[in-house]
Design a protein around this ligand. Structure first.
Ligand code: COA
Length: 289
């Protein structure tokens, strides 16, 4: 029987959420990691939230009216990057469903003129690594989800001043800094973090040397030096969500976090399609990219 792809509707939220939970639970259990989707309710809430987001586009795969999996594609204007995730397929589905969903999302990305597509992959999930590689994604950066308590200023060895991002002027200075590091601004995510009161920036002798759109799984950060990145982390009043991603290759920052009581929750991989400029200074990626 043929596999069909169609847009996700309100009626599909529950089944797509349950499949997401089931798919992650099965693989995480097999590898002994905590599941990224800790409960069915989490999975359902996630799909409901994404379906209500005008910047997210989602489709599901079904065979004979039976839902087998779903995928989402997100945009973050003005960032040129489109992001894929979550992609989940029920463990009982026969192979090929993930590939069909991925093809649909990449076709949609091309329609939206997004030549840069990114995602954060769980390396223990070999099926997804193979699928993403065969779909054209390249592994760019191994990551670790760092879990721990906020340091609230402890072990901040930097003399620089960390303060909240307050207004449009702050946003525009941070955007310029982001462009110099990433090649483009991540204004939408920064604005959302500012509105939630979790965006912080670091100033040294009147010059902005970094910012964090929240220290947490949905936040990214960029800084001129590891010293400044550590100061942004050290001054965060909260770690948002289950932790935050740090590039595994940044020995200095990972080691500093471990010395400060942080633990590694799970590994992840930043993977990309299309042009990719490796960030030119220390950074923390979000769950998106
Ligand atoms: C990842 C996931 C979406 C893949 O869906 P799927 O329908 O199983 O994927 P597909 O069958 O289309 O593709 C998997 C590919 O991996 C290949 N594969 C699997 N294990 C392999 C291995 N050890 N070595 C080489 N290839 C392997 C399969 O043969 C298939 O390739 P093919 O189509 O060319 O034969 C699904 O397994 C899932 O939901 N996992 C849990 C959640 C998850 O990990 N999501 C992604 C988060 S990063």
């Amino acid at each position: 029987m043929s596999l069909m792809i169609r847009p996700i509707e309100q009626n599909d939220v529950e089944i797509c959420g349950k499949i997401g939970y089931e798919a992650h639970k099965t693989i995480s259990f097999a590898h002994g990691y905590p599941s990224e989707q800790p409960s069915e309710e989490f999975g359902i809430r996630l799909i409901r939230r994404l379906l209500g987001n005008p910047n997210s586009w989602g489709v599901l795969a079904e065979r004979q009216g039976k839902t087998l999996g779903s995928i989402f594609l997100h945009k973050f204007p003005p960032s040129p990057v489109a992001v894929i995730g979550p992609l989940t397929v029920h463990p009982s589905a026969k192979g090929g469903v993930g590939r069909m969903l991925m093809d649909a999302a990449l076709t949609q990305a091309r329609k939206q003129n997004h030549h840069q597509v990114r995602l954060v992959q769980s390396p223990s999930h070999i099926r997804s690594f193979v699928l993403y590689t065969k779909s054209g994604f390249t592994l760019r950066e191994p990551l670790f989800l760092m879990q721990g308590q906020p340091l609230k200023g402890r072990n901040n060895t930097s003399s620089a001043n960390v303060r909240l991002v307050r207004d449009d002027n702050d946003i525009s200075v941070c955007n310029e800094f982001c462009k110099s590091v990433y090649g483009f601004s991540r204004e939408m995510e920064l604005r959302q973090a500012k509105d939630q009161g979790v965006a912080a920036m670091i100033e040294r002798d009147g010059v902005i040397t970094g910012y964090a759109a929240g220290i947490g799984i949905f936040g990214h950060a960029v800084a001129k030096s590891n010293e400044d990145l550590k100061a942004l982390i050290a001054n965060a009043s909260a770690i948002l969500g289950p932790g935050f991603f740090a590039p595994a290759r940044n020995h200095e920052v990972i080691n500093w976090l471990l010395e400060n009581g942080f633990q590694i929750g799970w590994p992840a991989n930043l993977m990309t399609i299309g042009p990719y400029q490796e960030p030119l200074t220390p950074f923390l990626p979000s769950l998106a990219y």
